[in-house]
Design a protein around this ligand. Sequence first.
Ligand code: C5P
Length: 227
Amino acid sequence: MEGKGGTHSAIAIDGPAASGKSTVARMLAERLGLIMVNSGAMYRAVTWEVVRRGIDPSDRGAVAAMLDDVEIACGIDGMHSTVTVDGRDPGAELRSDDVNRAVSQVAAVPEVREVLVAKQRAMLAEGDLIMEGRDIASVVFPETPYKLYIDASEEVRRRRRAAEGQSDEVGHRDRLDSARKTSPLKVADGAVVIDTSDMDIAEVVEAAVAELRQRGWFEREGAEPAI
Ligand code: C5P
């Protein structure tokens, strides 16, 4: 599947934890009138179920086996992606300490990625979208020309998470995410890197819009008028 499926286009946003990519993705989606898909929530939902069932997240076989026994449903509500596990919405528990601790191990299981990447690609049928994650430009939509990599120093990212009141070892999670064999976090071919360490959010959004303009986002087939 390509980044341009039929008349629909995807903007891929990747980057490490707490780099600001979710905020940028949300603001860009609102400004450009696009569906916003948070792929991390899907990995977190699977992890929530792993934790709930008391499965050891480092036991790849057990995590993979659970997939045959659970219904992970990804949908769209208005302009946002949703995810349920056997019909239940994990809500705020997606960001619990238990999930933060285990998610990188669960996300490294190839069977988990296979199931979720298929669901992510299928979402392009719903309309033009922005999807944020770790492997969106490299694996999910490698053909899209609209690839942004949002970065920030580890120190800045740790401070941002702490300011949100979350205990999240972002550096540890990034090292696991970057080191895994299947679809590691990396700057994809053709992606532009935006380092947000010394930028405020409005500046980041402007930089992203400028980059998308340069890459022809506003001239593509079926595009909304340029803003
Ligand atoms: O984006 P967020 O920090 O919520 O993602 C949680 C975790 O899910 C990441 O640390 C990573 O292990 C995993 N993830 C992934 N691929 C994606 C999105 C998230 O492996 N596309």
